[in-house]
Design a protein around this ligand. Sequence first.
Ligand code: SAM
Length: 204
Amino acid sequence: MVQEQVTGRGIKDPRVPEAMRKVPREFFVESALASRAYDDGPLPIGDKQTISQPYMVGLMTESLELKGDEKVLEVGTGSGYQTAVLGLLAAQVFSIEKIRPLSVRARAVLDELHYYNVALHVGDGTIGWSDHAPYDAIIVTAGAPNIPRPLLDQLAPEGRLVIPLGDEESQVLKRIRRTESGFQEESLGECRFVKLWGKYGWAD
Ligand code: SAM
């Protein structure tokens, strides 16, 4: 999976495929879908949500430019797979999920696999998690209509926010960097995610 779908498609930071090789993706999908865990696409994880396509996990992770000592906020824990990859590449990961049963299941799998630098929270990630801010990197794994202002506010100087922005059908993956003079925005390509629901996302 990693060679064909991640390295083979242009993910250059060697730490990203190295981390993805270490995380057993089949633990994060329902047992009936274990044989498809390494397929080239998203898979259902219950509650109408999905585990993201491996390539998209690689691209978003690389875009955060992690070196290993960062504090990262993830919005949209989902299965916990992306959380586990981040746990291997950063010092501390804080991850928020809106749907409690998904967060509970993710916690059980992350504990089973000994990811102890990851804290999970159930709530609306569009308001961020101010208790642990500022974050060196923030990743949003659901599609937003606009950039939630609290996430910009919780970004450290030189911090990176990676977020799919667009309408319900398709989005553009954006990276926003906090600089001395404000925020710089780059487009990283088209993508398609489930909706980011919440106060600063789509209306519930
Ligand atoms: N990164 C996940 C993985 O590896 O399995 C995939 C996440 S899935 C594409 C998007 C997740 O975002 C869903 O689990 C959904 O419930 C969650 N979500 C949507 N709106 C949210 C919000 N406001 N706060 C937190 N989580 C939210």
